[in-house]
Write a protein that binds this ligand. Sequence first.
Ligand code: SF4
Length: 324
Amino acid sequence: MTVLIDKKKNRKPRPSHALRHPEKAHKPDTEVLRKPAWIRVKAPTSKGFARTNKIVRDKGLVTVCQEAACPNIGECWEKAHATFMILGDTCTRACAFCNIKTGLPGPVNHAEAAEIGNAVVEMGLKHVVITSVDRDDLADGGAEHFVNVINQIRDKSPATTIEILTPDFLRKEGAAEMVIDAKPDVFNHNLETVPRNYLKIRPGARYYHSLRLLERVKERDPEQFTKSGLMVGLGESKQEIMQVMDDMRVAGVDFLTIGQYLQPTRKHAAVERFVTPVEFKAYETIARAKGFLMVSATPLTRSSYHADADFAELRAARLAKKGH
Ligand code: SF4
């Protein structure tokens, strides 16, 4: 085995084959479009950012904010809004849009559930978002670990509301039910893109399976809020987006997020175009007219962006609908 010599102190040498996305290495480079002015974000330099960073690092936690190279990290971490990614940092799928490292993950770290509970307390979170890598290698897809994390947060910080953003649990009988029964406040599963794009963008997933997962949450626990998200700028048409909105409403989805897809590397799917803020506003108006309780549609919207404030609005919208 050859190794790269790393001259920086205290750093282990990295094997030369340790590519972040080995399955994409052979792909031709795609052109990276210059971002428009409305996508620019500030560099993360605040004291709040440093404090969040220290807690995450000291506890050895993984966040999707870092792993997905989220553009909002400066803003979110300043306010201690980090989205924890459980079950390791390596994903068994290889979606064309995603920056999470791919490969064969290590064993589940069972101490992680308690560490997340402690971090929630230390950061004083009123609302927390937990997501995970896809774990097709585990018999239950990681469902039991999701349940343990939810229970630890409930034990240590009972007032914190919990939002989960799950994989699709494809071919994992009973896994989704296990997680639904742990009663998170919000069950989020992203459809990510329109069905025509699945083979290219989300080849390991199935559109109707993902849609049905959201519907199963509502059937099993009608009070549990459901949420789902789409990326735009991947060549989809407005009509296709509106059809997905209709599909989501039939499945009972309460909360829709829509954000601009940004290309993590030259090996990932190319951005076809940047959707303008005016078009995002139009999507929001249409989605609200279709009956979603809550909609967030802006270029920088991500599933967990402003999740705490949006959850408060979501709850208020349900109460208002019920006439309270
Ligand atoms: S939008 Fe979500 S993933 Fe991005 S930095 Fe904020 S909390 Fe993290």
